[in-house]
Design a protein around this ligand. Structure first.
Ligand code: ADP
Ligand code: MG
Length: 683
């Protein structure tokens, strides 16, 4: 039976070889072919005349062949074929290099449509290596031509033909997924027309309408899928109703500072979730240094006082240990047992922690990925926190929460993004935002300099250290790399320790060191037994040493904006004026732009928006990693207006018809089911 999920082999002219090529493009079925959209288009639909055509650009002309071919061989390996023509108001030549076989294909006195680059040699006009077709035949040339992403062995022409014949044979099998109601409201064309025109547009306007419809469809489905997942977890998933915790006030009152307004608001949002018999799925986004850890600690406190175990996962051992230590001091005066679970523990230690977790003798465990390994079992895990969630995939978050029986879930990120996009990326989560820094923080001063300034930078560091401060110096590499311009950390370390800063205490930290060594160094830096920490980006996230007030980043052009902002966030955590110095070797436009942005803003929201703009959303999100279906045509940044409408409509549908009942919604329900079946984000 004919079916859109049939293999492309069903299409005339597609044998084992071509289907192999198609597979490399991710095309297996007829439907895949329909949804393999052109990368771009070449517009040949505007005919012009030789006199009006722009030299150096492609143009479409209608010409009459005046005489037979001339072949010139100016040197070995080069053969030039010229055929004279005239058009409405001029004369010229069609010219091919090393393609003599065209010489007998064009008939004197006949008219042709041609398309090629216009060239001028003295007084002579030429159309270079033109495509051509006889006037009177099917007009394929005078169109907007699709240009596809290709793979070796498959030409654009071949792929166009395969898609064209599959459309001819099978387009009637495609079902409409958009409800008529919506199509009428936004004047969206039908799916068959849209698919035909996205591949072979009959005009610019037809292409525009096809894109508009397909983008809307894609974004609506994405947003609906996310909202449905969220309502599903909210409706169906019974969660834990944590008892109110009268000690919480005392716990917060015992802190050395009072919470900011934003912290209070976010904590009360979490508290409200915790008090409900539904599973919490909440994201806390807040800039670096906004004080997310204490929010996590306070909610964990309530969970534990309510009789449950809690766990917090961090992306690096350094960060996990730091959280562990602050929890020890926060919870020290309560009868709460907190342990650290990381890969580097001794086997014996690990076993005993695993046993105690299983038996419920441990209340809080802080750790790395080690927490989500199979062997880790809990007695009654009720609350899970993922710190710096952008470092984890959805799968890991999911595995983590599966360690408990529908625990409340809190994820924290220091890469805040605008709300429209947060709705997509975190569509399955409720969102809280800490949009305020603790009081008294001085704005970090940021300077981008070139490498010739290094001596002055060092003198500055020297002075700050003499005043009792500490400095981080970050370099991207561990070993000497192929590119000698890049400072390796080890080389930097040698230099600094033995020359520039031989009067100060200098430490080295990098990812390849043993965990115990890393801990020792970090501990020493924290206790001010070291003045300078030379490091790779292992300190990028989370690390909190308030006395450190200088961050120097070598080869700053190698880092993205988000990463630079994170690194800079290691300073400015105490009462001292802090400085970030970016040593930039590049004059490339994008590097200069990044340096400019870093110098002009310390606001994570602003920076992530700029980042998005510079890198484009694909790279920014890596949607695949987040478990979302790939976007084939929509672009979250460029298509922001359609995105907003689609989000609003998706919300309306969920509010009015959450089960997608009724014939008008059948197609939509089916498509959502297909797309999101394997992508259960949190459940
Ligand atoms: P991040 O949001 O980057 O994870 P942290 O939780 O590490 O930030 O907090 C940064 C620093 O600010 C820590 O030293 C923390 O103790 C301190 N801090 C947090 N909240 C406040 C507050 N309300 N007032 C003063 N300092 C605070
Ligand atoms: Mg943090």
């Amino acid at each position: 039976m004919d079916n859109l999920s049939n293999s492309v082999r069903y299409i005339k002219g597609v044998g084992p070889k071509k289907s192999g090529h198609l597979k490399r493009l991710g095309i297996k079925t007829i439907k895949d072919l329909f949804y393999y959209f052109p990368r771009e288009y070449e517009d040949r639909s505007n005919y012009t005349t030789l006199r009006e055509a722009a030299v150096g650009e492609k143009a479409s002309l209608e010409v009459e062949i005046l005489a037979g071919p001339q072949i010139i061989k100016p040197r070995r390996n080069l053969s030039i074929l010229k055929i004279p023509f005239r058009d409405e108001n001029g004369h010229g030549y069609l010219v091919w290099f090393n393609q003599d076989y065209h010489k007998d294909k064009l008939i004197i006195g006949e008219s042709y449509r041609v398309n090629g680059k216009i060239n001028r040699m003295g007084m002579e006009y030429q159309v270079m290596n033109p495509a051509y077709e006889r006037v009177g035949g099917e007009d394929r040339l005078g169109r907007i031509i699709p240009i596809y992403g290709l793979t070796q062995g498959l030409s654009n022409n071949e792929l166009s033909k395969i898609i064209s014949s599959s459309i001819k044979a099978y387009i009637d099998l495609v079902d409409e997924v958009l409800p008529n109601e919506l199509r009428r409201k936004y004047r969206l064309i039908g799916i068959k027309e849209a698919l035909k025109n996205i591949h072979f547009p009959s005009s610019k306007e037809a292409l525009h309408q096809a894109r508009r419809r397909l983008i809307f469809e894609e974004l609506l489905i994405l947003q609906l899928g996310l909202l449905l997942m969220k309502t599903k977890t909210q409706l169906e998933e019974e969660g834990i109703e944590f008892p109110a915790c009268s000690d919480l006030e005392g716990f917060i009152g015992g802190l050395p500072f009072s919470l900011t307004g934003a912290q209070k608001r976010v904590l009360s949002e979490i508290e409200e979730d915790m008090g409900k018999a539904k599973q919490m799925n909440r994201l806390v986004q807040g800039d670096v240094g906004s004080g997310k850890t204490i929010i996590a600690a306070a909610s964990i406190f309530r969970a534990v006082r309510g009789g449950y175990q809690a766990a917090m996962m961090a992306p690096t051992e350094i960060l996990a240990r730091q959280h562990y230590e602050s929890f020890l001091s926060l919870f020290g005066r309560y009868n709460i047992r907190c342990e650290l679970l990381v890969g580097s523990l001794s086997q014996k230690n690990k076993e005993s922690i695993l046993d105690d977790l299983r038996e419920g003798k441990i209340d809080i465990v802080v750790g790395t990925h080690a927490l989500i390994q199979d062997r880790v079992e809990f007695y009654n895990l009720g609350f899970v926190v993922t710190d710096e969630q952008h470092r984890f995939g959805v799968k890991q978050r999911e595995l983590f929460s599966m360690k408990g029986k529908r625990p409340d879930i809190l994820v924290m990120t220091a890469t805040p993004i605008p709300r429209t996009l947060a709705l997509i990326l975190y569509g399955d989560l409720d969102i809280s935002t800490i949009d305020e820094l603790p009081p008294g923080r001085k704005e970090i001063e940021t300077y981008a300099v070139n490498p010739s300034m290094v001596d002055r930078v060092n003198a500055f560091i020297d002075k700050q250290i003499s005043e009792g401060r500490q400095a981080y110096i970050v370099s991207p590499l561990i070993e000497e790399s192929e590119s000698l311009d890049l400072k390796s950390v080890e080389e930097l370390y040698d230099n600094y320790k033995n020359k520039d800063f031989k009067n100060h205490r200098v430490g080295l930290l990098h990812g390849k060191m043993k965990a115990s060594e890393k801990d020792e160094i970090m501990e020493a830096f924290k206790n001010h037994e070291l003045d300078i920490l030379i490091s790779t980006t292992v300190i990028e996230v989370g690390v909190d040493v308030p006395n450190a007030n200088i961050m120097v980043i070598y080869d700053a052009e190698r880092f993205g904006l988000a990463q630079l902002h994170q690194l800079r966030g290691r300073v400015g955590r105490g009462d001292y004026q802090s400085y970030c110095i970016l040593i930039n070797n590049s004059r490339s436009k994008i590097a200069m732009e990044r340096m400019r942005i870093m110098q002009s803003s310390t606001d994570g929201f602003v920076i992530s928006e700029k980042d998005l703009e510079l890198r484009g959303p694909g790279e920014f999100f890596g949607t695949r990693q987040h478990g979302l279906p790939d976007l084939k045509i929509a672009n979250l940044f460029r298509d922001l207006n359609i995105l907003k409408v689609a989000q609003a409509e998706a919300q309306l549908i969920i509010d009015n018809n959450p089960r997608l009942d009724g014939q008008d919604y059948e197609g939509l329900a089916k498509r959502l089911d297909e797309l999101f079946r394997e992508v259960e984000i949190i459940n």
